[in-house]
Design a protein around this ligand. Structure first.
Ligand code: S3P
Length: 174
């Protein structure tokens, strides 16, 4: 049976969620919803500014509100921020309307893909690699609850997107 519903991308910063979401939207014609972009739009400021001015707890509240809005969509590629999996109240509505996919990446890949990007407040520390390892260890079990897990190291966003569509059983409409 052809796949219907949303495709929800989860995974650590730098796992490639945004790039893969773009490919998925292109291949399926689904709308793309970036939860981080929606938060920035609602707040009228960048994520880094939200962290600076209001702190992480406030950011997490905003994230939960935007996740709830995103979960109401159908036929969407929903890309979540790397920490969204840590709240069951985020994941429950996402699981209800879509298939949750974990884009897995090794710490070395994450470091390579995120270095030089100042809009990841959690990685603006002296030793980003140690932080990446620490957070990955903490979050791993939550990410691994996803229905579909795809390794992204050494793969292009297009390859990852095709693998996801294959795994969820999506068929192009004739
Ligand atoms: C975060 C990941 C970021 C963003 C915020 C917090 C996290 O999103 O939501 O900086 O806790 O891992 P990306 O995963 O899209 O970078």
């Amino acid at each position: 049976m052809a796949f219907t519903g949303n495709i929800v991308l989860t995974g650590f910063m730098g796992a490639g969620k945004t790039a893969v979401a773009e490919e998925l939207a292109h291949l399926t014609g689904f709308t793309r919803v970036e939860v981080d972009e929606e938060i920035e739009r609602s707040a009228g400021m960048k994520i880094s500014e939200i962290f600076d001015r209001h702190g992480e707890p406030r950011f997490r509240e905003m994230e939960t509100a935007e996740v709830a809005r995103a979960a109401q969509k159908t036929g969407a590629i929903i890309s979540t921020g790397g920490g969204a999996v840590m709240r069951e109240e985020n994941m429950e509505p996402l699981r209800a309307t879509g298939v949750v996919v974990y884009l897995r990446a090794r710490p070395e890949t994450v470091l390579k893909r995120t270095s030089g990007n100042a809009d990841r407040p959690l990685l603006q520390v002296d030793d980003p690699m140690a932080k990446i390892r620490e957070l990955l260890e903490l979050r791993g079990p939550y990410y691994e609850r996803a229905e579909v897990i795809v390794d992204t190291d050494d793969k292009s966003p297009r390859q990852v997107a095709e693998e996801i569509l294959d795994r969820v059983g999506w068929k192009r409409q004739p």
